[in-house]
Design a protein around this ligand. Sequence first.
Ligand code: GSH
Length: 287
Amino acid sequence: MPTTTSTTPLTFYDIATRPPAQENSCSPNPTKTRLALNFKSLPYNTTWVPLPDVSAVRQSLHLPACRQFADGSDFYTLPILHDPNTNTLVGDSFDIAIHLQNTYPSSGHGDLFPPQPLNYTFPQDPPPIVPLSATRDTSANPALLEPYARFNVHVDAAFTAHTPLTVQGFPFDPATEETVKAEFVRRAQLAGAPVQNWADFKCEGEYRKSLLESFEKTLGGLAEAFARDGGPFVLGERVSYADFIVGGWLRMFRVMLPLEEWEMVSGWHGGVFGRLYAALEVFAEVK
Ligand SMILES: N[C@@H](CCC(=O)N[C@@H](CS)C(=O)NCC(=O)O)C(=O)O
């Protein structure tokens, strides 16, 4: 049984998508945080931030950027967590999970980081597309936390390589849709991509087919981690932050892929990812 705490509610900053958030919120790194907060059964409120306001909100909290764009300029991101019980602000999903574990070690379902090897490796050198923040503090227990940190980088790389499949399914908040589309085009241009407008992100025909094949193959390597103890989680029946790392990305693909493709993904490799997604539902409540 999860234990409950009498803490003051925390504030969790997530990216606003098309309402209702319960159906459409799907940013992978904030989702990792939501799963961890729900696992810990902590009281919290969500502050939904429109995507064009993320920079201003993060800067108003005096949190440095933990990513950079292709031209080296700062890329301000969410999630952010404010914990009034410790007077702490944390601005990276992995750092947040460590904060929750250190501050509330036995809350909710207990240990987010049980010892496990987590050997999955993305086949190419993972490019630092979605880096961990430089401030992550694994020093409390490097032997325990480094495998999770490494798994986070490799899983991020595996899914990020296949995000062109999702772009056209982005659940835009109608209030900011045009601004956000223009911003995504600007970022792609900074990275040297030959795009002039939103329609140029289309991923269709042979390109889509080959990317789906690559995605299936890539997920095959990751599926092995879940096969070892029979699933649905990496540690069999015991959920851990490793499952939330993958779950954050599965949520994005579930929301953004056409339904028939999501059903394909859920069924690949003996249904490992469909079973994981279903087993994580209990931690996925959007509040
Ligand atoms: N290393 C950071 C990366 C955070 C990140 O990349 N967040 C994305 C959403 S998944 C974001 O805030 N994007 C804002 C934008 O695209 O403007 C973490 O794990 O928290």
